[in-house]
Structures are given as structure tokens and as C-alpha cells.
Ligand binder design. Structure first.
Ligand code: 8Y4
Length: 274
């Protein structure tokens, strides 16, 4: 089974490459180039060692506008089918909408990645009816306002409790625990300090006995710390990837696949000598 493959790997962590799915331009002429660009980006990420491709049609950046179901479907579903037809790679679909989940699974998606942890209508039911793994991410608040003074009683305990509750809800809905991946949601309702506290204590979530996904690539926790624009965050991103993998993260979600795969190979060499 897929999750066993992820857990029993030899490398410290699998690298999940982020596919940017920007909106198609209004003219039909833009469509092919957008699709071509996406396919060549996928080919490159696979060549660089990504074993999972994360496709998302909704921006969850702080303050981003919401995307309609139809727009999300038309951005994501054709790409899932196309990638599935051309490549032997696991496809993760980043969505919080039940209809998009259902269509993605029908089209061959291997993982559903939900930053809202299946809290939207019908999501539990759609996943329960399928047999795909699902990533449950922690977010405090909603994208538009989540970065306005996030507060926790105890950061790690609060997130741990959230996972325990969502895992219970999933199990009651008929989703086996063995299908669940957890993700603390770096940058989703966390201050700079809280993000680093989370990174420092990531290994605590191993006690839940589930694979951990970590996504810090190019995020503000790096940009704001180092005062670097988004294109200049590679060194910081690699540092966080290594720290997460050393604490047992199983999947690292990144923009810079080649560099992160190199870092994971160095960690593997290290682990083989302890
Ligand atoms: C620069 C680069 C600035 C990236 C902001 C961002 C996660 C996720 C996102 C994550 C899981 C993002 C869909 C935010 N982050 N899914 N998705 N975990 N599971 N922002 O951390 O990359 S989107």
C-alpha cells in the first residue's frame, strides 16, 4: 500500500514537488502553453527525484481570493489526467472541495491534500468512499485573516489535540487511520516564532504513529526571518527541509526539488552510519 511505501522508504523523506497551476489566460491561445509548461515542469521534477507531485488550483496564501468549484475543476482535473497518462508518479491534489476531491480521485489522483483537513461539506464522505490517502493539515483561522495575531494556549498541544480530533472524526466516518497523513501547517495561522517552535518540536507528532508532511518551502517564515524575496529563499528552505526530515518528516513539500533531493541523500548517508 502507498502509505507503507512512504513509511518503509530508505531515504529520510520523499520529496513532493509543487506544481504551480496559474489561471489560464482568457484567450484559448494561452491554454496550450500553460498546459505545456505544467507538463515540462512535472517532467523536470520527476527527473530531479520528486516521487509525488502536488497540484492545486486554489491559492491559500494569506489574503488570496477564493476560487470557484468550476474554476478549480477546470484547472486541476485535465492536468491530473494528463500527468497520469504521461508519467509514473504519485499525484497529490491540493483541494478542500468535495466535488474536486471526487473528480480528482476518479481521474487517478493518488493522494488528497486538504489544508482544511476535510472540514468542508461532504469531504469526509467522499474520502470514506475512496481508498486514497489523505493529508490533514492544521490551520488556525481562515486564509484571509489567519495571520492576524494567531494565539495558542500551547502551540504543540493545541495542534496535537486538533490531529487527535480530526483522526477520530475520520475514523468514525469510515476512513482508516492507515490512510491518514498529518501536517502541522507551517504558515497557516502561526507567527514567525510559532513556526520555528513547531519546526523545533516536529518530532513530537511522531507519537501519533502517522506519516508527517512538512511544507516550509519559500514561505514567510524564511522570507521574514532572512529578509529575502521569494526567489532568494532556497538556502533557508533547504535548512528547514533538513531539520524536518531529521525529526522524522516523511514527505517534504517543496518548490526546489533537485536541491532538496540532494539534501535528503546526504541525510541518508548520515543515517546509514549511525
Ligand atoms: C511562498 C511560497 C509564499 C509558498 C507562500 C507559499 C502547504 C500546503 C500550501 C503545506 C500542505 C504555500 C497547499 C502555501 N502549503 N499543503 N499547501 N502543507 N499539506 N505558500 O504546508 O506554499 S500553499
Amino acid at each position: 500500500m502507498l502509505l507503507n511505501k512512504i513509511l518503509n522508504q530508505t531515504a529520510p523523506a520523499q520529496v513532493m514537488g509543487i506544481l504551480n497551476v496559474t489561471p489560464d489566460s482568457f484567450s484559448d491561445g494561452g491554454k496550450y502553453t500553460q498546459t505545456d509548461k505544467a507538463i515540462s515542469q512535472v517532467a523536470m521534477m520527476i527527473e530531479q527525484g520528486a516521487t509525488i507531485i502536488d497540484i492545486g488550483g486554489e491559492s491559500t496564501r494569506p489574503g488570496a481570493a477564493e476560487v470557484s468549484e468550476n474554476d478549480e475543476l477546470s484547472r486541476v482535473i485535465p492536468l491530473v489526467k494528463l500527468i497520469k497518462a504521461h508519467f509514473d508518479v504519485l499525484i497529490s491534489v491540493d483541494t478542500s472541495k468535495a466535488e474536486v476531491m471526487a473528480e480528482a480521485i476518479n481521474s487517478g489522483a493518488d493522494i488528497i491534500n486538504d489544508v482544511r483537513a476535510l472540514q468542508n461539506d461532504n469531504c469526509l464522505e467522499v474520502i470514506a468512499k475512496s481508498n486514497v490517502p489523505v493529508c490533514l493539515m492544521h490551520m488556525q483561522g481562515l486564509p484571509r485573516t489567519m495571520q492576524n495575531n494567531p494565539q495558542y494556549e500551547n502551540l504543540i498541544d493545541d495542534i496535537m489535540l486538533f490531529f487527535q480530533q480530526r483522526i477520530n472524526v475520520c475514523q468514525q466516518a469510515g476512513i482508516a487511520k492507515e490512510r491518514i497523513i498529518i501536517d502541522p501547517g507551517f504558515g497557516f495561522g502561526k507567527t514567525l516564532k510559532q513556526n520555528y517552535q513547531l519546526l523545533a518540536h516536529l518530532s513530537q507528532f511522531k507519537s501519533l504513529g502517522l506519516p508527517i508532511l512538512s511544507g516550509t518551502s519559500r514561505k514567510s517564515m524564511i522570507g521574514n526571518l532572512l529578509n529575502r524575496d521569494v526567489e532568494q529563499r532556497l538556502a533557508g528552505s533547504l535548512t528547514t527541509a533538513i531539520i524536518a526530515a531529521q525529526q522524522g518528516a516523511n514527505i517534504i513539500r517543496v518548490h526546489d526539488v533537485a536541491e532538496t533531493v540532494d539534501a535528503m541523500k546526504v541525510l541518508l548517508a548520515l543515517e546509514q552510519n549511525v
